[in-house]
Design a protein around this ligand. Structure first.
Ligand SMILES: [Zn+2]
Length: 173
């Protein structure tokens, strides 16, 4: 099993397929990249939502998502869109990769991030239908950061901490 990120609102968009291992890196990279620049409630919630795509909790190969599902609102769309592109750009600069418990294959991850960036670019205000954020798990009841990694946590903690714990146990890929 594997995961993918799609943009179902644009027929031109090509899904980004990710192995389970690559998914962990992509989710962690986006969470780390956004942690220091999130200011508004929407920005923090969107990072919590990305963090919730945590294979240690949801199961390996069970965290695919569509960029349309990020809880975009027409009224603030431009700022939201700028923020998400900024998050991906910072991930492309490997922001805070020193906090990852492994050394990712930069070439593979950068290629995926570049294609994820394209998906976000191809998601425009015309595609925004003001749908509420749909959480893959129960929504977090507060906005908290992981003390160790600084990322915004979902209802079941920090994806990086959860992954490290899963790696310590007998958790074959
Ligand atoms: Zn953590």
């Amino acid at each position: 099993m594997a995961n993918w990120i799609s943009n179902s609102r644009n027929a031109q968009s090509v899904d980004v397929d990710m192995s389970n291992g690559a998914t962990d890196v992509i989710i962690a990279s986006l969470c780390l990249a956004g942690a220091d620049i999130a200011v508004t409630n929407w920005q923090k919630r969107s990072l919590q939502w990305i963090a919730a795509h945590d294979q240690s909790i949801m199961g390996r190969g069970c965290v695919s998502f569509d960029v349309a599902d990020l809880g975009w609102t027409t009224i603030d769309f431009d700022a939201q869109h700028r923020f998400m592109l900024q998050v991906v750009d910072r991930a492309l600069m490997h922001h805070a990769w020193d906090k990852l418990p492994y050394s990712p294959n930069a070439e593979i991850v950068d290629d995926m991030l570049t294609r994820i960036r394209k998906l976000f670019c191809e998601f425009t205000i015309k595609n925004c239908t003001n749908d509420a954020l749909e959480w893959p798990l129960a929504p977090p009841t507060s906005i908290d950061r992981c003390a160790a990694h600084g990322v915004f946590m979902h209802a079941h903690g920090c994806p990086l901490c959860n992954e490290s714990q899963a790696r310590c146990g007998d958790h074959p890929e």
